[in-house]
Design a protein around this ligand. Structure first.
Ligand code: PBG
Length: 329
């Protein structure tokens, strides 16, 4: 192939000033690539989340102000995560399919004010169960098929409330198929399914579980009987293939930074829109290091750019707003 030799080739020529670097850059981050997750709570006001610096829970009374700021920065999509009051959680997670639950109310409210903003809504029972698992427990085991029936009901409620993208994050087998069929039958033909297809059983979700107040409910119990083992990569390909065949429009890999090899492989094998999630633990790690002067705040944008280089078409990140401010300067 190439037989490039010094000094005919000096690779530093194309790095010699910022204009030439900008011109030859292979990847760029714009606000189009960023998705802002938002935590919503059912009481009024704003509450900071202990383990996630600069991330808050918003009551419906202040939600629109926050969404307005996000839209004005040029961000085109948000992901809604409800923090459900303990009194509404039960073993079956039945609040998940109450048409007037917090997630549905938040979606309706946002759609009234910002109809074009793309709303992604998680489908999983963990915010709604009193044991913190993503599904229905039978003899201590998360039962696949009864969970899928519940997820179908939840997905229909969210689609009905106006969610543009339904995002099953539960890792049950077969759920994309049944959700897609139900959406078709109920005439939600353009509702997009973003499958958390390769979702690993990860300790990087710790701060999120505190944010939605499910960690104390989960205790020492793990999600490894449904989320994937960090040891595996072939299995990610099988998971993604299944979900695409069952009707997913977009697939996601999660967590992000320690799993860049999986993003890259999925994108290469399937050439389908592929998202990545910079999860709570990754965000908090970087943010704490920045706040304590260990790292420069440029690491945030750098880490997002690396997701893109690995093959992600869009990235869910708690830093979407702050990165957008930086990009808009
Ligand atoms: C719920 C869900 C989780 C995350 C997104 N949806 C937590 C989990 O699976 O326990 C994690 C997001 C993050 O850590 O930022 N199914």
């Amino acid at each position: 192939m190439l037989n490039r030799k010094f000094p005919l080739t000096r690779l530093r020529r194309l790095r010699s000033n910022s204009f030439i670097r900008d011109i030859v850059d292979e990847n760029k981050i714009t606000t189009d690539d960023l998705i802002q997750p938002i935590f919503v709570k059912d009481s009024d006001g704003i509450e900071e989340i202990d383990k996630m610096p600069n991330v808050f829970r918003y009551g419906l009374d202040v939600l629109i102000k926050e969404v307005c700021e996000i839209c004005e920065l040029g961000i085109k999509s948000i992901a809604i995560f409800p923090v459900i009051d303990s009194s509404k959680r039960d073993a079956a997670g039945s609040e998940a399919f109450n048409e007037n639950n917090l997630a549905c109310s938040a979606i309706k409210l946002i759609k009234e004010h910002y109809p074009d903003l793309i709303i992604i809504s998680d489908v999983a029972l963990d915010p709604y169960t009193n044991h913190g698992h993503d599904g229905v427990l039978i003899n201590g085991y998360v039962d696949n098929d009864s969970t899928v029936s519940a997820l179908v009901k939840q997905a229909l409620c969210l689609a009905n409330a106006g969610a543009d993208i339904i995002a099953p994050s539960d890792m049950m087998d077969g759920r994309i198929k049944f959700i897609r069929e139900a959406l078709e039958e109920s005439n939600f033909k353009n509702t997009i399914i973003l499958s958390y297809a390769a979702k690993y059983s990860s300790s990087f979700y710790g701060p999120f579980r505190e944010a939605v107040k499910s960690s104390s409910k989960l205790g020492n119990s793990s999600k490894s009987s449904y989320q994937m083992s960090s040891a595996n990569s072939d299995e990610a390909i099988h998971e993604v293939a299944m979900d695409i065949n069952e009707g997913a429009d977009i697939v996601m890999v999660k967590p992000g930074m320690p799993y860049l090899d999986i993003i890259s492989k999925v994108k290469e094998v399937f050439q389908i829109p592929t998202f990545a999630y910079q999860v709570s633990g990754e965000y908090s790690m970087l943010k704490h290091a920045i706040e304590n002067g260990l790292l420069d705040n440029k690491v945030m944008l750098e880490s997002i750019l690396c997701f893109k280089r690995a093959g992600a078409d869009a990235i869910l990140t708690y830093a979407a707003k702050e990165i957008s401010k930086e990009l808009n300067k």
